[in-house]
Design a protein around this ligand. Structure first.
Ligand code: 6PG
Length: 227
């Protein structure tokens, strides 16, 4: 399968994707910390990365040098189980000694506009990232960048309203921010993603393709998605 600008790896199943993703994350961290003294990682939301997060939590890492950011967040209360920050904490962040001041959640409980305004300087100070993790929706969305939504040209973080994937109100890093990374890693599994992958292969512009203009991009797909 050829996705323009992306090194594609097709693995047997979603468990293999999770294992490979955890290896890439831990290796990127070792290399970033060796070369620059810290590791700046942007997490993907949704369900696909959760298994990889659980494996990373068991890894041997210099957690004190990790800095965690989110690619997007859902405008729900801070403790809502569907919050991307909650999913990452339950699977991983609550079980490793990354300094809490180095875990940068998006304060989406403030509402999309205020949360985006508050997170923009956090992102600006962090750029460039070392690794950005991304999922992809069945419509080709990534983070909370949805088809047909206007993206403010110079923004690093944007409020999202009327998202087709609940909840309707969200906060998202823009392609301008997401692509400012030494590496992008896409995790795409399941038959439901086939159609969006097919459209991408045929050269259609999708929200996710707008992000693929930065550093080295790799995609980990399972056979179900790549069929
Ligand atoms: C979200 C995510 C979103 C997700 C894709 C894929 O908040 O839902 O940021 O972009 O990555 O929709 O979701 P799954 O991994 O659950 O298929």
């Amino acid at each position: 399968m050829k996705l323009s600008g992306v090194e594609v790896h097709i693995l047997d199943d979603k468990e293999a994707v999770a294992e490979a993703a955890a290896e890439v994350i831990l290796r990127s961290a070792r290399e970033s910390i060796r070369d620059r003294g810290d590791f700046k990682l942007v997490l993907a939301g949704g369900t696909t990365p959760t298994a990889a997060y659980r494996l990373v939590a068991k890894g041997d890492a210099d957690w004190a040098a990790w800095h965690i950011f989110h690619g997007d967040e859902r405008c729900l209360t801070a403790d809502a189980p569907e919050r991307n920050s909650r999913v990452a904490a339950d699977a991983w962040l609550d079980y490793v000694p990354i300094p809490r001041t180095q875990i940068h959640h998006i304060a989406a409980e403030l509402g999309a506009r205020a949360a985006a305004a508050a997170y923009a300087p956090v992102v600006a100070d962090a750029l460039p990232f070392d690794l950005v993790l991304l999922g992809m929706g069945e419509d080709g969305h990534t983070a909370s960048l949805f088809p047909g939504h206007e993206i403010p040209p110079n923004a690093l973080v944007m409020p999202v309203y009327h998202a087709p994937k609940p909840p309707p109100e969200r906060v998202s890093l823009t392609p301008k921010a997401l692509c400012r990374s030494r590496m992008l890693l896409l995790l795409i599994t399941g038959a439901g993603k086939r159609e969006a992958l097919r459209r991408w292969q045929l050269g259609e512009t999708l929200p996710i393709t707008a992000v693929m203009r930065g550093g080295h991009a790799e995609a980990l797909l399972d056979r179900e998605a790549a069929a």
